[in-house]
Design a protein around this ligand. Structure first.
Ligand code: AMP
Ligand code: MG
Length: 497
């Protein structure tokens, strides 16, 4: 028997200003590009349903499942520092929520499913390239243990979309713990509508932070939780060389998952102020700006909640400010821990911190490949371990790095003297912190070319299979670990909307 997921629609219990009812527009000839079976299983979706024509109809927007009351969500947001009060899902429809066997509630949203009341000049559609990019990178992020929205399916629409040229269209099924953004709070606070902010905050607390219901000041608690999650998330991005590219407040989820894979990219060569996005002309969202932009965004959230935090505005500002002031400390703590894991060091010592920044300096100076360099260090730790496969021959350390390695090994040894027998544990942590396979830009480009030009999805499936197990190097997948050749290098990425 084929069982459709049982949809709930709790977000629609909020006042009407938070959403518009809108059905997805149907498409001509939907066909499957990829279905994410492991994710479907984890979410408790039945195989027989997920694999069926009925599911294809629902995930392409051609049929509305019973119980689903589709909506587009309203939000505002600061885009590149400028406030835009009227954003909202211009090309996405939330089909509803459902609960996984583990008891977690998820949104199922279709992206690229036609015009909505928020589409403005846009067509509400998505070209196949942007859907494939989001699918690959979001699933790679999940395999790297970075909180993220997930991709349940990519469906070709059988229609064309126009983006300077005609391109095949596609629809992504996106799964998220929720789609409540900082921009949703900014929207609710428009015109001083405090009651709406309170309703949204209460909804968010019930959905994500139930323990706060017992706390004395649940709204301050909500701000603190969001700060904590952003600090952790952005530290993880930095640790993997991930550049989001559009950290506008409408692209920041309160639940702390990465969302909106537009012009994002993983760095190949290390460059502290690396930017890929074609629209980020000032470098506002450069790699080394991400931590401080995180704080800037949190201030936007705090401003919407001041009247809820305390009735006296001065006290409210003080309390919010104190919470915001913990962000740099929490971020730095999380980041340093990640850097220690990357270097196989356990102890929180100034020497270890100094060592990490010296390494980044050398990497910048010699334009070393971020992932290959850290994996090279991992291989040095794993060299006596017969079950560890090294990425032989992929990385040539410059003399300055060899010198740095001497110092590193000396600090590693010091830790070993105090706590013996931890090399295996060290290797496991390093492999996880320094993956062998990241979704490299030029590989994604190869996959998109095949899909766009020939509707050939085999390269995508191959790349996805490699990225699903990023922590173990396998020589047969060597090509996917390699840095791009000069002619393969992607220097600019596009929103792809
Ligand atoms: P993004 O850059 O994806 O964060 O999108 C910013 C805003 O533009 C959001 O309100 C989107 O819904 C909207 N948008 C992006 N692409 C389209 C499109 N093709 N049609 C309609 N709205 C869009
Ligand atoms: Mg967005």
């Amino acid at each position: 028997m084929k069982k459709t997921p049982i949809f709930e629609n709790s977000y629609s219990q909020l006042p009407k200003k938070f959403y518009r009812k809108i059905a997805p527009s149907s498409v001509k000839a939907p066909s499957t590009i990829v279905l994410n079976y492991p994710l479907a299983h984890q979410l408790g979706l039945e195989y027989n349903w997920f694999d069926s024509a009925a599911a294809l109809n629902i995930l392409s927007g051609n049929h509305i499942a019973s119980g689903s009351e589709p909506i587009s969500q309203t939000y505002a947001g600061h885009q590149f520092g400028h406030f835009n009060p009227n954003l909202g899902d211009g090309r996405a429809v939330l089909l509803g929520e459902f609960t996984s066997p583990a008891g977690n509630r998820y949104d199922l949203q279709l992206k690229g499913c036609g015009r909505t009341p928020f589409s403005r000049q846009g067509d509400g559609r998505a070209p196949i390239g942007s859907v494939i990019r989001e699918y690959i990178i979001s699933e790679a992020m999940a395999a790297l243990d970075i909180p993220t929205t997930r991709s349940l399916a990519a469906i070709a629409s059988g229609e064309s979309v126009y983006r300077q040229q005609l391109l095949p269209g596609a629809i992504l099924s996106r799964i998220a713990p929720s789609h409540i953004r900082i921009g949703t709070f900014e929207y609710s606070a428009l015109k001083g509508d405090i009651e709406s902010v309170r309703l949204l905050a209460d909804y968010t607390i019930k959905r994500h932070f139930k323990t706060l219901l017992q706390s004395q000041n649940r709204y301050l608690g909500l701000l603190q939780k969001t700060i904590e999650l952003q600090a952790q998330l952005i530290a993880q991005w930095q640790g993997m060389g991930f550049i989001h590219g559009v950290m506008n407040t409408d692209n920041i989820l309160i639940c702390g998952a990465t969302i909106d894979y537009g012009p994002c990219a993983f760095m190949d060569q290390y460059k502290a102020d690396q930017v890929f996005s074609s629209i980020d002309t000032t470098g506002r969202y450069a790699y080394n700006q991400q931590p401080s932009i995180g704080q800037w965004n949190l201030v936007c959230l705090a401003q919407t909640m001041l009247p809820l935090i305390h009735q006296d505005i001065h006290q409210a500002i003080d309390m919010a400010q104190q919470a915001i002031n913990t962000y740099p400390v929490q971020y730095e703590d999380a980041y340093q821990k990640i850097m220690r894991n990357k270097l196989g060091l356990a102890q929180k010592r100034p020497e270890n911190q100094q060592l990490a920044s010296e390494l980044l300096h050398i990497m910048g100076q010699y334009q070393l490949d971020f992932s290959l360099c850290f994996r090279y260090l991992t291989d040095l730790i794993g060299q006596d371990n017969p079950s560890h496969e090294p990425q032989t021959g992929l990385f040539q350390p410059p003399a300055a790095l060899l010198k740095w390695i001497e110092k590193w090994q000396w600090l590693l040894q010091q830790e070993q003297v105090q706590q013996s027998g931890r090399n295996t544990e060290r290797l496991v942590k390093m492999k996880s912190a320094n993956p062998a396979f990241i979704p490299r830009n030029h590989q994604i480009e190869i996959v998109i070319r095949a899909a766009e030009d020939q509707l050939d999805f085999k390269p995508m499936h191959q790349l996805l299979a490699v990225l699903a197990e990023p922590k173990e190097y396998r020589a047969q997948n060597k090509d996917y670990a390699l840095a791009p050749l000069p002619h393969q290098k992607i220097v600019k990425t596009y929103c792809g909307t």
